[in-house]
Design a protein around this ligand. Structure first.
Ligand code: FRU
Length: 492
């Protein structure tokens, strides 16, 4: 991993495979002190193909250890996306007695069909055995994939949500033993663009912030094209799940307003004593996925903690709930140096607020408050070089926070890559807060404490970047700015 420090676009605090192609996160599960991260992986090359499950583990959701391939393509059947559970009661019978088995439920893709398969491990996920009775669910359909399974305590059984991708429908199944499944209900087609497909569903309960432990269910689904910033992206429904049927109580909302957050799934089996619902997404977009990196392609987002927030008047019981995403706190341990930076004199043209050479590792975090006043726009240019920058700002005309990567560096590798991506935001007491995570080839902007997120890959070429601040006029202010320099997770 020492070489990772020299590769100019190798993410320094986002997970990436050592070599070759990666897409969706799979099988996220916490077991025996380890967070497992499996992922769609091509063991044979740097483009999509031969899909198998790559594997890594972490004890702190920050530093990752690469492990050997977990589940491999075989006999013309690829191992597509899926999930993992800890079978605490050994309902499957795969356990050997002492510790509960880990069971992966994944899609087998091949011979014109997509079916649901099982594999299990009795050694903390180090080796996997495919179930001899596979498939466990076959409805003779070529677009039936990406199962997510969880234990539903009130009905004392396993529940699966899986997508009929082409129909834009998700199907719910129940099982006593992970091997026999019966259909419960269906949801969809619904949501933003009825033309597109649905893949990689997830279903979980989230707490409503400050509402005395009240919870609501969230169903998340991903569309391969036609998402908010173009190309692939996710949408979610807030509603109820009664163990049989999901009912949406609000219209669909976008998961992320950038172009590069796809197929997020949440960790299973995080203990109640922790209580967090944490997910991670593929930091990429199918439309522009052939990124200019080698010998590896793709990285994951940072792990994010989820909750729900009422964004209208708290006294209004019908107010919409928004899903809030925040970087996990564990990432703060990477802050090797934190200092306030004076951004109060923001004006036009942009002025540098860091020294060239200060951010050589190019992994940092910026926390700040934008107060637009009467100015049209206010914000930052980061990863600057000669005529090169990524702009993050607030634009009062549409009322959005945006990431503009049109001049961010190498944008020419795909004609749909250059662009500006906007998230509609609320201005609370004249202010918008933003937290910006910047890595060598990625930027994640968390707005108003996670109410909206913009995730974009960037491929800057400048080696001595600075941060600049700007405002359209003197009425705008940028206050309370802190710069955190982050240590690479690949340092020993
Ligand atoms: C989503 C997806 C999944 C599928 C996997 C194949 O990105 O298309 O639906 O299981 O990728 O690699």
């Amino acid at each position: 991993t020492a070489g990772y420090l020299r590769e100019p676009w190798r993410p320094q605090f986002h997970f990436s495979p050592e070599i070759h192609w990666m897409n969706d996160p799979n099988g996220l599960v916490f077991h025996d002190g380890e967070y497992h991260l499996f992922y769609q992986y091509n063991p044979a090359g740097n483009t999509w193909g031969h899909m198998s499950w790559g594997h890594a583990v972490s004890r702190d959701l920050t530093h990752w250890e690469h492990l050997p391939l977990a589940i491999a393509e075989a006999d013309g059947v690829m191992a597509f996306s899926g999930c993992c559970v800890v079978d605490h009661n050994n309902t499957s019978g795969f356990g050997l007695g002492e510790t509960p088995p880990m069971v992966a439920v994944y899609t087998g893709h091949g011979h014109g069909r997509q079916v649901q398969n099982l594999a299990y491990s009795n050694d903390n996920g180090r080796t996997w055995t495919k179930y001899a009775g596979n498939p466990v669910l076959d409805i003779n359909n070529p677009d039936f994939r990406d199962p997510k399974v969880f234990w539903h305590t009130p009905t004392d059984r396993w529940v699966m949500v899986v997508s009929l991708a082409r129909e834009k429908v998700v199907v719910f199944y129940a099982s006593e033993d992970l091997k026999h499944w019966s259909e419960l209900s269906r949801f969809g087609p619904a949501g933003a663009t009825q033309k597109s497909n649905w893949e990689c569903p997830d279903l979980f309960e989230l707490p409503i912030e400050g509402d005395g432990g009240k919870k609501r269910w969230v169903l998340e689904v991903d569309m391969g094209s036609g998402s908010v910033a173009g190309g692939s992206g996710g949408e979610y429904f807030v509603g109820d799940f009664d163990g049989t049927r999901f009912t949406a109580t609000q219209d669909a909302k976008w998961v992320d307003f950038g172009r590069d957050f796809y197929a997020p799934v949440s960790w299973s089996d995080i203990p109640d004593s922790d209580g967090r619902r944490i997910w991670i997404g593929w930091f990429n977009n199918w439309e522009t996925c052939l990124l200019p990196t080698s010998p590896w392609r793709s990285c994951m987002s940072v792990p994010r903690v989820l909750s729900l927030r009422k964004t209208t008047d708290p006294a209004d019981p019908d107010g919409d709930l928004v899903m809030v995403q925040r970087p996990v706190e564990e990432l703060q341990r990477l802050r090797v140096q934190s200092r306030p930076i004076d951004t109060t004199a923001a004006t036009w043209p942009p002025t540098a607020v860091t020294e060239p050479g200060e951010l050589t590792d190019m992994a940092f975090e910026l926390e700040t408050t934008l107060k637009p006043g009467t100015a049209r726009s206010v914000g930052f240019r980061i990863r600057t070089g000669s005529d090169e920058f990524t702009e993050v700002g607030y634009d009062r005309e549409p009322g959005v926070v945006y990431v503009d990567r049109r001049k961010s560096g190498n944008v020419a590798f795909h004609q749909a890559f250059a662009g500006r991506h906007e998230a509609p935001v609320r201005v609370v007491d004249g202010a918008v807060t933003i937290q910006v995570l910047v890595d060598r080839s990625a930027i994640e902007v968390f707005i108003n404490d996670g109410e909206a997120v913009i995730s974009d890959r960037i491929f800057p070429t400048s080696r001595r970047p600075t941060i600049e601040v700007f405002a359209g006029d003197r009425s705008a202010e940028v206050t309370g700015t802190t710069l955190h320099v982050l240590k690479s997770i690949w340092h020993a």
